[in-house]
Design a protein around this ligand. Structure first.
Ligand SMILES: Cc1cc2nc3c(=O)[nH]c(=O)nc-3n(C[C@H](O)[C@H](O)[C@H](O)COP(=O)(O)OP(=O)(O)OC[C@H]3O[C@@H](n4cnc5c(N)ncnc54)[C@H](O)[C@@H]3O)c2cc1C
Length: 373
């Protein structure tokens, strides 16, 4: 699928690749080892304008469309998947405020989305795949709402400053409110020690009687599941892009090694068994790319894209785990060593079989969509 990108879009994409090559890729192994971004990297991403790429111009953004936004994520993920997922979590949250926020809320918060990270929090210890299991509540207090509860495993939790929060507004009614880390009653809790995407802070927020005005409600009361699904759909396009970037990274490592590593009179790259692995990685990468690009194109044209976005992440995540495992096998002993990035690429891809909806739930969603056609 070839996009006719404008000179301005091509310029942005070149800038993303240059930034990734210079500021992100050299720290890929360090980020995995240290479990955090190097000092100053996140600030450089902000200063370079990454946070506002998909934000409309009226809020100070660059107003790039869904295909370009996904392409930014793919290019960033070739250098480091965590950095790409940090951006993904921000973009999908901003998207929900754009779709469902009141004009007043957008004017108040969106200009700061070029500098501050936004995050979307649904999961609780009692409700991950099952959102009705959550216990966080929002209760009316005059014109305001008062929110209490804990949200866990939030991408960028601790780094983000603005959170969309799924709450119960009645025993069987879910809604989404926007809260700011500077509001009284807001605090950060436990940080996860996850085995992949080690640069992304994933953590808890604690809401202890946080009072918000009524215009902090996204959409209408009872729209919580719909808004959560919308956030998942937007995230899944970008995760398809991140997974494609991970596979591109693995392919580069495997192909370089296969061309260098001697076996008899030639290289291992001349052996059919190794060629098969290289071919499988390349096919997985290109197929996932087609899936997320199709979903992005549908989104850009205001057509339904939920099923396609879900396919991009469901297919792309298992395919990327398998592709990175194939790449590891090409390098064999060296692939199994932390000298090379393949172990962490497998774990980075593995996260996306869980985050933004598990593959099991996604398969059900795809099947239900197909059965109802
Ligand atoms: C890296 C990472 C980042 C994350 N970021 C965020 C974030 O930004 N915001 C956020 O809110 N959450 C986030 N999460 C949490 C994530 O959304 C949940 O882990 C996920 O929804 C699954 O919930 P759970 O872990 O409670 O598993 P459970 O829901 O307990 O599921 C356990 C198992 O049962 C299966 N299962 C459960 N219900 C069904 C069903 N109906 N159909 C089929 N199978 C089912 C699941 O597929 C899984 O295999 C993140 C998680 C990770 C790993």
């Amino acid at each position: 699928m070839a996009f006719n990108w404008t000179p301005q879009q091509n310029m942005l994409l070149r800038m993303v690749s240059e930034f990734t090559d210079k500021e992100v890729a050299p720290f890929d192994m360090q980020i995995d080892r240290d479990g955090r971004y190097p000092d100053g990297l996140f600030q450089k991403m902000v200063e370079t304008g990454f946070l506002g790429i998909m934000l409309p111009r009226e809020y100070g953004g660059a107003a790039f469309d869904p295909e370009i936004t996904a392409e930014v994520i793919r290019r960033m993920a070739v250098g480091n998947a965590s950095a790409a997922v940090t951006l993904e979590g921000h973009y999908k949250t901003v998207d929900q405020i754009l779709k469902f926020g009141t004009d007043a809320l957008k004017r108040e918060y969106l200009p700061s989305a070029t500098k501050r990270i936004f995050a979307f929090s649904m999961t609780e210890s009692t409700g991950g795949s099952n959102p009705m299991g959550i216990q966080t509540t929002a209760k009316r207090a005059g014109d305001d709402w008062v929110i209490s509860g804990n949200k866990i495993m939030i991408t960028n939790g601790g780094l983000a400053e603005v959170y969309c929060v799924l709450v119960k507004t009645a025993p069987d009614e879910l809604s989404v409110f926007l809260v700011d880390k500077d509001m009284p009653g807001f605090s950060f809790g436990k940080q996860e020690d996850f085995i992949g995407l080690r640069g992304v802070p994933v953590g808890e927020i604690v809401l202890d009687n946080v009072r918000v005005s009524a215009d902090h409600l996204l959409g209408k009361l009872g729209n919580g599941i719909m808004i959560g699904d919308s956030a998942h759909d937007d995230a899944r396009i970008l995760m398809g892009a991140a997974l494609t970037g991970i596979m591109e990274h693995a392919l580069q490592v495997a192909a370089d090694y296969a061309n260098e590593r001697k076996a008899g009179d030639g290289t291992i790259g001349q052996m059919q068994s190794i060629q098969r692995k290289i071919a499988d990685i390349a096919m997985g990468k290109e197929t996932t790319k087609l899936l997320y690009q199709r979903a992005a194109l549908l989104k850009a044209n205001n057509q339904p894209y939920s099923e396609e976005a879900t396919m991009a992440k469901a297919y792309g995540s298992r395919t990327a785990v398998s592709a990175c495992d194939d790449a590891l096998q090409v390098l064999a002993g060296y692939g199994y060593s932390r000298e090379y990035p393949l172990a962490h690429l497998i774990m980075d891809a593995r996260a996306m079989e869980i985050a933004e909806g598990t593959v099991e739930k996604m398969r059900s969603a795809i099947a239900i969509a197909e059965l109802s056609k």
